[in-house]
Design a protein around this ligand. Structure first.
Ligand code: NAD
Length: 312
């Protein structure tokens, strides 16, 4: 198949693009490299530097493509509170641009990487897709709007659409941007580096941490499975892990004790978030293979930044 990944030089996109290439597909990537790194891609991936709002460029790239994986986005929740216009322009406007270019180039299917963040604070856990979302950041609003655009435009123009609400993905190669350090690479780097692990809030906040390979499996299934068009599905593990439990799991995987510091004032985000994955299990045969500690060990093994610290 000829497949295209927007944002394909980023954390999830490159794992997807490299896997699809290994499986023998012709894989194209467009990424503006605002975060992504072209050097992490398999040399067989056909890379173009570009913006997802550049419709003429998209149209050229989309010729003959069977499915677009739309992952390009601005992804920092705190940054989105500062620059909501930029988040709307890239995450919503860029999605509409991708859909228009798909229509004009005749692409049949799109898989959108949405986010568990759309749910916001929910009284019911684990969260399922029928719940009314309460997004609590411009980032979450932009992902929810992107879902609606994808399904609505897809229905109007006869394009098959699948939206995956990915929960907290982790794995090798996850960036540590200055603007927002995702919790797992931060804890791994602090624990292995001998620094202090800083816990914000009371440590009881729960999240659903899903290993990169399982996310990639779900994206691939969403592209090839029949009769899943117009569905939005959660991609997590179904297990809620508190920050304190996360520190213990990191210590076990790293084989080191962490020195903990607490900052009780700045918890941030919702108190609990865990995915009900029964819809993806039923429709995509999605079964996450890596439990947290196993996924953390794989992350350390496969990421030279962490493996180097274990050896030293
Ligand atoms: P990432 O920042 O590593 O990847 C996003 C990529 O998009 C980057 O390579 C960046 O350079 C590129 N990009 C940004 N703006 C662009 C633009 N205007 N044009 C072209 N490329 C652009 O993030 P990620 O963690 O790999 O996330 C990928 C997707 O998955 C995003 O849509 C994100 O919202 C979604 N998601 C990620 C997680 C997670 O835990 N990592 C959770 C839920 C959803």
């Amino acid at each position: 198949m000829r497949l295209l990944v927007t944002g394909g030089a980023g954390f999830i996109g490159r794992a997807l693009a490299n896997r699809l290439t290994r499986e023998g597909h012709e894989v194209w990537v467009i990424d503006d490299l605002s975060v992504g790194d072209e050097a992490t891609l398999d040399p067989a991936v056909l890379f173009t530097r570009g913006d997802v709002n550049d419709v003429p460029k998209l149209w050229t790239l989309f010729q003959g493509v069977d499915c677009v994986f739309h992952l390009a986005a601005r992804v920092s929740v705190p940054q989105s509170a500062l620059y909501p216009r930029e988040y709307s322009a890239v995450n919503v406007g860029g999605t509409v641009s991708v859909m228009e270019a798909m229509r004009d180039a005749g692409v049949g299917r799109v898989v959108l990487a949405s986010s568990g963040a759309v749910y916001g604070e929910q009284p019911v856990q684990p969260v399922h897709e029928a719940l009314l979302p309460y997004p609590d950041s411009p980032y979450a609003v932009s992902k929810l709007a992107a879902e609606h655009y994808v399904h609505t435009i897809g229905a109007l123009w006869g394009i098959e659409t699948v939206c995956l609400r990915i929960f907290n993905a982790y794995g090798p190669g996850q960036q540590l941007p200055a603007s927002h350090w995702p919790v797992l690479p931060r804890f791994l780097s602090q624990t292995l580096g001998g620094g202090s692990v800083v816990i914000y809030g009371d440590g009881k906040q729960t999240r659903d941490y899903v290993f990169l390979d399982d996310v990639v499996d779900a994206l691939v299934s969403a592209a090839i499975t029949e009769d899943v068009s117009r569905l939005t599905m959660n991609i997590g593990t179904g297990v809620g892990v508190s920050v304190e439990e996360l520190v213990v799991a990191v210590e076990q995987a790293a084989g080191r004790r962490a020195h903990m510091l607490r900052n009780v004032q700045h918890a941030g985000g919702v108190s609990r978030l865990c995915a009900d994955i029964s819809l993806a299990t039923a429709k995509l045969n999605y079964r996450p293979a890596s439990e947290l500690e196993a996924g953390l060990r794989l992350t350390i093994e496969r990421d030279s930044r962490f493996a180097g610290l274990v050896d030293s």
